[in-house]
Each structure stands twice: as C-alpha cells, then as structure tokens.
Design a protein around this ligand. Structure first.
Ligand code: BMA
Length: 384
C-alpha cells in the first residue's frame, strides 16, 4: 500500500514562506493536513502516534536545556529505529502561565518539538488537561468538590463568574498555537483535542457536570475565541470515550457540529492489573463496535476519524500489537492511532514498548506491517 505524505500536502503554496490562507481562514497546509488524513485512511494505512514520545520515556528524560536533543530520543525509536508519525503533547497548566506543563515538560521544549516534527514531515496533536477555573482543582473531578465541579462549565460560559478569566485562559492557548511557526514564517498545523472523554464524568466538562447545550457552547466559545485571536493552524478533534456503546445518537449527543469539528475520535483503553486475555478480547470487541459506528458517521459527515487515545497499560500480552490492535484497525478507515505516555516517574504507567520490554518483537512486526506509518513513511522517502 502506498503511503501518502502528510503535512507537506500537494498545494502550489508548498514551499512559500507566507503560507497563504485557504477559504476556511486556515492556512493551506492546515487544510492539506486534513485532506491527507482522509486520503491515508481511504488507502488503508494509518499513522502511529505516542504521547510525549520525544521528551521522556522509561528510565530517561530529555535534557530540556540542550537543543541538540530535540527529537533525538524516544522509547519507540529505541525499539524500531523510527519515530512515530504522530507526536502528542499536553497544554495543561499553560492557562496558569506556568513554564512547564502538568507533567513537568517545559512549553518552550514542546514548541521546539512540534516545529522539529513538522520539519521532518510528521504530525502533532495537542490535548489540554487544564485546571478547574472555579474550584482551583485539577481537570480531574475530586469527590470532595463534586458540587462545585457541577457549576464549572456554566461559570465559564457567557454571563458566568469565570467567563473573563476563562477567555484569558483560551488566549494563552491561542498565543501558544500562534507561536508555532518555523524561522521561515510557516505556521505549523496541529490537531487540537480539548474537552475529550466528556461522555465520562471524571473531568469537570464531563457528562454529569454540564448539559449537552452547555458542552456544545463551550466548544463554540473555544473555537470562536481561537479564531478571533488569529489562530489559523488548528484542526479540531472530538474525542468521546466508549460510553456511547456504539450507538450513533449517543456518540453524537454532544457533538458541537460539522462546522467546528474536523476529526471524529475515540479514547478507549485496556487496563488490567494482571495479564488478562478475556479483558483484552473485550477491549478489541469494544473498539470494533465503536470504529464501525464511527466509520458510518465519518462517511455521512465527510470527516476524518482516528483512535485519538488508546493503549494497554503495561502491555501485558506480548503480541498485543499485531494480535489485538492491528486486526481491528485494519477493518476501518482510521487515519491514526495514538497510545498514551511512558511515564518516567511511574514506570508501570506505559503504553509503548521500550528496550527490554516483552512486546518489542511484536512491536517491530507491527512497525513492519504495510498498514502502519511511522515517520520515515510519512516523510515520503522510504515508503513501505
Ligand atoms: C493521564 C495520566 C496522568 C497525566 C495525564 C496528563 O492519563 O497519564 O499521569 O498527568 O494523563 O498527561
């Protein structure tokens, strides 16, 4: 299967430093990225992604003050000698004006990693686990604060007590997105994925803490504000969890609309305390059911779709990549699959292999599947 080059796209504008705007008000490269996501999926291939891949892994952390280490080390690369085609980073705590994100990675470094990955033909997606503007707590709902959490979304909408504060938080995100520019004036496109897993009730924007209308208004406010602040390089992904159980109406219950969303996503995990083949099989069935549903919705709405977050914490079955994940993905037009982070501060919390891990042999097989695209595949020179 031929791979399709990702970010570079096929526009006449390619190579021009000023990167003119497309009709949508976004740069042509941003639109090209979206077209490439759809084209890749239609040709039966999907990109592999990993959260925080190049900034730390099991047993190491990048030297953030040394620019020569940007994009150089990665657990995935240590296993298959190639970087993921998709990198993911989190903007949590940018709203507070902090120098480092909620997992201790400097925003400066995140910016450099994004620009560097773009320079190598890869794609970047951003999540935002922002604090609670009303309670002062984290993105995650604390039981003791449940009553306050209930009012948080309402408080940030127009007329709410925290509206002004919150617009300022969105402006910090806008500033960051606007700063993603190469030295040659090219805006770097990214896929922004706020307000994810809203079908569950663990984040303050979750199901139990706002109405469908409030949730949709939160999205519209986010998209409008970023546009007003001149953001021209962001695509947006909608990433519910698996609570819809494969039901179209439930999946779309809080969908902000085709004018706001570019990519239909799904966040679905496999967590088992010990290796558990029954649970792994259940995970595959759940995935299958949701991706089948999303394929129909994506077709009807003309959208790209992706497995925006997934993974088996600890990867406790050695052949999980080729026996569990790949067979399901092969059936559906998924543009990328992204596994969560390899936490250097909590080694059991890892979702990609690292040297010595029991799933490395299988991961290399996964890497060599014709369907999977890594960085060498998307930069167009070494197509599988
Ligand atoms: C969660 C965990 C946390 C982390 C958060 C944001 O899934 O990995 O440890 O802080 O994501 O990256």
């Amino acid at each position: 299967m031929m791979a399709v080059a990702v970010v570079a796209g096929c526009s006449d504008n390619k190579g021009k430093a000023n990167d003119p705007l497309a009709d949508s008000g976004r740069t042509q490269r941003t639109e090209n990225l979206l077209m490439s996501l759809k084209a890749q999926a239609d040709s039966g291939v999907y990109m592999f992604g990993h959260h925080d891949d190049t900034v730390y892994g099991i047993g190491w952390e990048a030297d953030y003050v040394n620019d020569s280490t940007i994009g150089m080390r990665s657990d995935v690369k240590s296993v298959c000698n190639d970087l993921p085609a998709v990198l993911s980073f989190d903007l949590g705590h940018i709203e507070l004006g902090d120098d480092r994100n909620l997992d201790g990675v400097p925003f400066e470094r995140i910016r450099d990693e994004i620009i560097n990955h773009f320079d190598h033909g890869g794609m970047v997606t951003l999540s935002w686990h922002l604090d609670n503007p009303l309670s002062g707590g984290t993105a995650w709902v604390a039981d003791s604060l449940r009553d306050i959490e209930k009012n948080t979304v309402a408080s940030v909408l127009e007329g709410g007590d925290k509206h002004e504060l919150f617009l300022g938080w969105l402006d910090k995100v806008a500033d960051f997105l606007n700063s993603l520019e190469t030295p040659y004036g090219v805006k770097v496109p990214v896929l922004f994925r706020p307000w994810h897993e809203h079908t569950g009730s663990w984040f303050w924007w979750g199901q139990d803490f706002c109405t469908a209308e409030q949730y949709k208004t939160l999205w519209k406010m986010t998209s409008d504000r970023l546009k007003d602040k001149g953001v021209v390089n962001a695509l947006f992904a909608y990433s519910p969890g698996t609570e819809s159980d494969g039901n179209v109406e439930k999946y779309l219950e809080r969908y902000p609309g085709d004018d706001i969303i570019d990519v239909l996503g799904l966040d679905s995990y496999c967590h088992t305390p010990e290796a558990d083949t029954t649970q792994v099989a259940t995970y595959a069935q759940t995935l299958d059911k949701h991706l089948a549903m999303m394929t129909e919705i994506a077709k009807a709405h003309g959208k790209a779709m992706a497995l925006t977050e997934t993974g088996y914490e600890g990867i406790k079955t050695a052949n999980w990549w080729t026996a569990t994940l790949a067979p399901v993905l092969a059936k559906y037009p998924v543009s990328y699959v992204l596994v969560w982070r390899n936490a250097r501060e909590r080694p059991s919390h890892h979702f990609a292999p690292y040297p010595g891990h029991q799933s490395t042999t299988d991961f290399v097989e996964f890497y060599n599947l014709k369907e999977t695209l890594f960085l060498h595949d998307v930069n167009g020179l070494y197509l599988k």
